[in-house]
Design a protein around this ligand. Sequence first.
Ligand code: ZN
Length: 423
Amino acid sequence: MTGTRLLLRNGHVIDTEPEPVARAGTDVLIEGDRIAAVGPGLPADGATVIDATDRIVLPGFVDTHRHLWETAIRTATVDMDLAGYMGVVMGQYGPRFRAPDVYAATLAGALEALDAGVTTLIDYSHALHTPEHADAAVDALQAAGLRAVFGYGSPFIGGGNPDDVRRIRVARLTVDDALVTMALAPGGPSFTPIEQVIADWRLADELGLPLTIHVSAGPVATRPISALREHGLLRANTLYVHGNSLDDDELKLIAESGGTASATPASEAQMRVGAPVAGRLRRAGVITGLGVDAVASLPGDMFSVMRAALLASQIADNPPLTAPDVLKMATLDGAAALGLADRIGSLRPGRQADVILLRLDDLNMLTAERDPIAAVVTAANPGNVETILVAGRIVKAAGSLVHGDLAQAVQALRTTAAAVNAR
Ligand SMILES: [Zn+2]
């Protein structure tokens, strides 16, 4: 696509492909929705020039696991382990969400993510009690202005509504290279009986949908990946989340199948589900992205998650993950985990122009230009995100979101939070 031409001039540009590397004094040319060229001294040729001096320019972050609807119950589960979290979030709050609440929380959560430089996320949406709830979640993702995968989940362990999954797929999310696409997010073998798993996998195959599931050793299958293999269900296009309690040979099976993984080091520590898994997954050969997961108890930005991954790895892995490892997981590997690496996650020409600019002249970033990659992973925060492009479109400029009605989204979120607390 041609059309708008933008030149990001003279930045500290971090590309991630094949491995993260930072280059000073570098330009990024964007034509329409794509990266056209990266290099020093590119000719402007009538392009709109954005001065990237004292800015780090990098691909937008990819969040590979998140429950956006929990944005309306922030801090509800801070002191709880996984069992406590399940009881409060899925048992108490989930059933109180009506369709407009799902819309308000999903939209505000997506805008929060976008504002912090997350240009792509998968929403594992599991407060979908009726078709109206599912429509509300899709509406919100389509209004949010970021790239998103709608993971159609079930509020109940097992079951769900296959006919409504079909309706959303056939009537609403039909185009697999649109800004908002679809996945199936069922309970999976760790949490549902194998008969349900077989039905869910058949539904995904029928509709041509990728799968994403939480995995752990139990409470149903203690070796969930082996259970999938035994039933002929182990396949690519499946994104496994967590897996801290899985045996190493189960992680190897994921790698051999072409499946991918999402590690959520902050939520996994907070909910005490086991030792950090990101390094183990990578050593097993599994392409592994990072995820925020549960904003009911955790921050919603990828800087926090990258920091958690780096610090947790100092204890769990020898050698530990490096800052470039972690940045790649938060960008290109996350894109690959979602099956989107041919479109996003790097600044290679031809990729979609999902790009963020961070201020290096903010107080917390001064003198960090010696190592922009380490600066992003160890020092930066959402307040440094000045400019964001999604598919070549500017959605944040001069430090403020310019997409959507933020004031209205905030008001709707407050109304929803009050309503679900009162019910
Ligand atoms: Zn989750």
